[in-house]
Ligand binder design. Structure first.
Ligand code: ZN
Length: 132
C-alpha cells in the first residue's frame, strides 16, 4: 500500500454534491466520468493531492443506490494506491481477506481497481487501485 488515493462518497445527486464540495474545497471537480461497469457517474476533486470521489448511481441495481438505501449518503469507500494490484490481491488473499474482484477491473480516473469485502474490514469498503 502506498497511500490513500482517494475517499469515495456516495451521493444522491452529483450536481448538488459537486456544488457543495466546490464550496468546501474551493476548487471545481477536475473530471466527471461515467463508469459503465459500475452503473455510476463520478466526479473527482484534487486538493493538493488529496482526492475526493463523489459517486451517484445511474443504472438500475447499482451499488451506490443500494448503499444509500441501507446506510444513507456518506463515505462509501477508502481507496489505497498500490504498486501492483495483482501482487496485492494475492498477498491479501493469503492473509484470509475476501476480495470482491479477484480479477481487477477498470475503474474511474485511469485506475485498475479491486475491492476488499467490507465484512472483514470493520464494514469499511476498501478499494485497491493501481494507476494504468
Ligand atoms: Zn473509488
Amino acid at each position: 500500500m502506498k497511500k490513500i488515493e482517494h475517499i469515495g462518497i456516495a451521493v444522491k445527486n452529483l450536481d448538488t454534491a459537486n456544488k457543495l464540495y466546490s464550496k468546501i474545497l474551493g476548487i471545481e471537480p477536475y473530471k466527471e466520468e461515467k463508469v459503465d461497469s459500475e452503473g455510476v457517474i463520478t466526479s473527482f476533486f484534487n486538493r493538493n493531492g488529496t482526492k475526493i470521489e463523489l459517486l451517484q448511481g445511474v443504472k438500475k441495481d447499482n451499488s451506490i443506490d443500494k448503499f444509500i438505501e441501507k446506510r444513507g449518503e456518506g463515505i462509501h469507500h477508502i481507496a489505497f494506491e498500490v504498486e501492483d494490484i495483482l501482487i496485492e490481491i494475492k498477498r491479501l488473499k493469503k492473509l484470509g481477506f475476501k476480495i470482491i474482484n479477484e480479477q481487477p477491473k477498470k475503474g474511474a480516473d485511469n485506475n485498475l481497481i479491486a475491492f476488499i469485502h467490507p465484512k472483514e474490514t470493520n464494514q469499511v469498503l476498501i478499494e485497491l487501485c493501481q494507476k494504468i
